[in-house]
Design a protein around this ligand. Structure first.
Ligand code: GDP
Length: 301
């Protein structure tokens, strides 16, 4: 995971190892670093921010005896990335669920995202995680457009022994979501997960449809699912949803296949929303809680 980004980030300290830091050296190193970050799918505006901050730190640095430029650069880089990634407030999902449960109300989570990102699989992984933690879960199949979508989520749910609330294709997704809420209240379900449509061709309609669901069911949490392999496209999707429906956190799928890792940094910084989990494979247990400090520790070893 993220091997390439790890290599790029360690290139900066390595480049400084035996050098006196002349301004010319700094500029040359930063230019190369900038290109490599872009190749790792770190978005342009984020690359600019990182490089600008690092330039300032390196230019002002006074290396006294015993201070290693390598260590210094690594520490500064960690500080900079940490600052960029920590702006979103952390969401403690389980505490939120528990407080709703105490009131005897289902906790409603709306999953948003473009088709193919791994949204349906992620809903199933999420359901599995909650079930393993002892919560009762139901799923509303509110993607009533894509052929096979209802069967796909129903198949996952039946493997996991979870109830799916659905209607036929072409039904109003907001009505399916509302049915899900009614069912969950009646059966004292702890958490309702709403799977939604994500066709790309009609962004405008998609956003209207999502906004309608939000209005009708007023979810407790909106989670955007993005595919880390799509790099800067994932960042554009995050911006789009941020603008229209908003969201409280992100799940970054397919991190197991992503050597670049730049979308994690970009999305956290650009949307100011936390990455909650990362998908690390195709089976139900392949989802891990994301912690940006551990992520940076692994990158800046
Ligand atoms: P949707 O169209 O967004 O609902 O996407 P699906 O849930 O159908 O997933 C699309 C493909 O991505 C499927 O083959 C999934 O098994 C795969 N997938 C989903 N999440 C992950 C992940 O974290 N890692 C890997 N390697 N594959 C994933």
């Amino acid at each position: 995971m993220f091997e390439r980004l790890r290599k790029v980030l360690s290139s900066i300290p390595d480049a400084l190892r035996y050098r006196q830091l002349s301004q010319k050296d700094i500029e040359k190193t930063l230019r190369e670093f900038e290109l490599e970050l872009l190749e790792c799918d770190v978005a342009q505006e984020v690359v600019e921010k990182i490089v600008e901050k690092l330039r300032l730190e390196l230019s002002n640095a006074k290396f006294e005896k015993g201070v290693e430029p390598t260590e210094f650069a690594r520490d500064k880089l960690r500080e900079i990335l940490s600052g960029l990634m920590s702006e979103g407030t952390k969401v403690d999902i389980f505490t939120l669920i528990d407080s709703k449960k105490k009131k005897g109300e289902p906790f409603i989570i709306l999953f948003l995202g473009i088709n193919g990102t791994g949204k349906t699989t992620t809903v199933a992984k999420f359901a599995n995680m909650l079930k393993n933690k002892g919560y009762s879960v139901a799923i509303a199949a509110a993607d009533t457009h894509r052929a096979g979508a209802i069967e796909q989520i129903t198949e996952h749910a039946s493997r996991l022994g979870i109830k799916v609330i659905s209607q036929k294709y072409g039904s109003d997704p907001a009505a399916v979501a509302r049915d899900g809420v009614t069912y969950s209240r009646k059966h004292r379900i702890d958490v309702l997960l709403i799977d939604t449509a994500g066709r790309m061709q009609t962004n405008q309609n998609l956003m209207q449809e999502m906004s309608k669901i939000v209005k009708v069911v007023n979810p407790d949490l909106k989670i955007l699912v993005v595919d880390s392999l799509t790099g800067n496209d994932a960042v554009s999707q995050a911006k789009l949803f941020n603008q229209y429906t908003g969201f409280d956190g992100v799940i970054l799928t397919k991190a197991d296949a992503d050597s670049k890792g730049g979308s994690a940094i970009s999305i956290a910084y650009i949307t100011k929303r936390p990455i909650l989990f990362i998908g690390t494979g195709q089976s139900y247990d392949d989802m891990t809680e994301f912690n940006y400090k551990a992520f940076l520790d692994a990158l800046l070893k």
